[in-house]
Design a protein around this ligand. Sequence first.
Ligand SMILES: [Zn+2]
Length: 300
Amino acid sequence: MGAMSDMPVREEAAGIRRFWEALSLPGLVDVHTHFMPERVLRKVWEYFDKLGPLTGGMEWPIAYRHEEAERAALLREFGVRAFTSMLYPHKPGMARWLNGWAADFAGRTPDCLHTATLYPEPGVEAYVREAVEAGARVLKAHVQVGAYDPADELLDPAWGLLADAGVPVVIHCGSGPAPGRHTGPEPIARVLARHPRLRLVVAHMGMPEYEEFLGLAERYGQVRLDTTMAFTDFSEGFMPFPRRALPRLAALGDRVVLGSDFPNIPYPYVHQLHALERLGLGEEWLRAVCHDNAAELFDL
Ligand SMILES: [Zn+2]
């Protein structure tokens, strides 16, 4: 992968545009990008730099370490029509503040889908309701960093209200790049048993429990998977997607959505797109995944 920062931005953007233009798409929709308060993002970057345990000890050079406005401008140059501001608390008392920031960010960034988050704590139902009433269009939950059981009863009313409102929740619940106390398919299966219509978007294709999470998507019609970091050289090197599951991935072509983890990725953005293309599932599958599925989900 080497020193990707050497690639001129214009050249990179042109490559990305060629990708979606060749598919006759109006652009990309990326459901998994990170924008958060500056000092929180700095801490996340420091964590990756120090190879904190949740990175799985992987060398993780952040490719897009730019100022906020520059990062948003870059996504526009890539032709990303809509993106998100995935943010998440690692402790109680933080989600409401993050939600305030995200509402403000969405207000000044029209192509960012208004994002909110949650944590199992008293008051969670009330602030999730406030966020939805204020126009939140997607939530982010991070079971690994938050180190909570997603089936915690404190979250139950919030899942119920999100299921009723049809607001998707991008949830990092797989055990990659490193497992957490409550990661893996089992706690999510318990959430879905209680809220079968909840629009969960399993981040990172559920890496490394790909097949178990495909199974949940096959069982529950509102479960989707985001491609974030999956199928890339980086992830295939330590958590490869099993080739035998490709037919199931092809069959779920209406439930897979593009995610990238921009800007916190150790390779250029276009690599995620090429990683999808080289699966060999065809142009129709790529069109659905890179744009149409998320455009429909978010009514774009
Ligand atoms: Zn992420």
